[in-house]
Design a protein around this ligand. Structure first.
Ligand SMILES: Cc1cc2nc3c(=O)[nH]c(=O)nc-3n(C[C@H](O)[C@H](O)[C@H](O)COP(=O)(O)OP(=O)(O)OC[C@H]3O[C@@H](n4cnc5c(N)ncnc54)[C@H](O)[C@@H]3O)c2cc1C
Length: 302
């Protein structure tokens, strides 16, 4: 990575009093606790700072990765020779008017759900227990228990790959299973959700139900990336295929199939990215051999 790009970003970060670290271990960031050093890890604190820094990175042609909470991304052991940009929590701009909630990309869904409960806003309860930021949940079209981000998403504000700021509404958004695409690509700065007004009690009840379902069926207290594989379009879900292929006790180094939910891989303490990748391949071949079904990753292996 070029030194003048690093210095340019350091200058912006100093002016904005935000956090930029060189050679930052990514294992300290994502939910699975794995990954070597990113050349630069940078957390802009305002939308203006995020825009300035992204424009500089785009102009320099440097490699970069936009990260949310890293709850779906496996970072490589050898690190990342570029900039990991994590839109900061302080970007947390929250606006509500006429059943429309606007949230900035760095905001975590746990904060959003807290506000929804307080104000009695319904529509995002299915996100309870998903450790996502707004940017990550929108980009992945996160879903759970029959609800999906696209069902309540009205529009997004994006800084596209050429550095232009554009609002994109539903007809421009191509949503699928754990993915959202739009013309011009780029970074989500804000998202607008269309919600219903009910009562705080009702929303709190729905959040509690979703949370307890997750806590009872998933290893939420362990270091994981959530479900590793997508469910096949037809037939049994991935966890069932893994279970019935006899792979429930499989492990590789410090990575193991969760005893609570077979579609989760747990970092038992010292797992490497290579351990997880090997276990992923082992599971895929085991399931294919037994059922002739090739599982596809839901997690992103960087
Ligand atoms: C315990 C646990 C339970 C989970 N349960 C579920 C579940 O029920 N349903 C579900 O769908 N997922 C689930 N997940 C997976 C994960 O939480 C979701 O995919 C989530 O949406 C990822 O959000 P994030 O902020 O961590 O994004 P990251 O993992 O950091 O990034 C995900 C993707 O989004 C991109 N991205 C992030 N921010 C932006 C932005 N501002 N602009 C453009 N792109 C961006 C990244 O580049 C990356 O490609 C679970 C994970 C865990 C650990």
């Amino acid at each position: 990575m070029r030194l003048d790009t690093v210095r340019g970003l350091e200058k912006i970060s100093r002016e904005c009093r935000s956090v930029l670290m060189r050679d930052h271990e990514m294992r300290r960031r994502g939910t699975i606790g794995i990954g070597g050093p990113a050349k630069v890890w940078y957390m802009p604190l305002s939308e203006n700072e995020l825009e300035r820094s992204l424009k500089l990175i785009i102009k320099s042609g440097e490699r970069f990765f936009i990260s949310g909470n890293g709850s779906n991304v496996l970072f490589p052991d050898e690190g990342f020779n570029g900039v990991v940009v994590r839109p900061g929590e302080q970007l947390s701009r929250w606006e509500y008017s006429e059943r429309r909630l606007t949230a900035s990309s760095g905001m975590s869904f746990s904060s959003i759900l807290g506000e929804c409960v307080k104000r009695g806003l319904s529509g995002l309860e299915f996100m309870a227990g998903i450790p996502a930021t707004v940017g990550g949940a929108v980009k992945n079209n996160a879903s759970s228990y029959g609800g999906a981000v696209i069902d309540v998403l009205e529009k997004i504000l994006v800084l596209d790959e050429l550095g232009n700021k554009v609002w994109l509404s539903r007809p421009c958004l191509d949503a699928g299973y754990r993915k959202l695409r739009w013309p011009g690509g780029g970074t989500i700065l804000r998202a607008v959700f269309s919600l219903k007004e009910t009562s705080p009690k009702e929303v709190a009840g729905a959040v509690k139900t979703a949370l307890s379902q997750k806590l009872s069926s998933q290893p939420c207290e362990k270091r994981t990336l959530g479900c590793v594989f997508k469910n096949p379009v037809t037939g049994p879900p991935a966890w069932k295929l893994i279970h019935e292929a006899g792979m429930r006790d499989e492990r590789e180094g410090g990575a193991a199939v969760s005893g609570k939910h077979a579609n989760f891989i747990v970092n038992e303490g010292n797992a490497t990215s290579r351990d997880v990748s090997c276990l992923v391949e082992k599971i895929k071949s085991g399931v294919e051999k037994k059922f002739g079904v090739r599982l596809e990753e839901e997690i992103e292996i960087l």
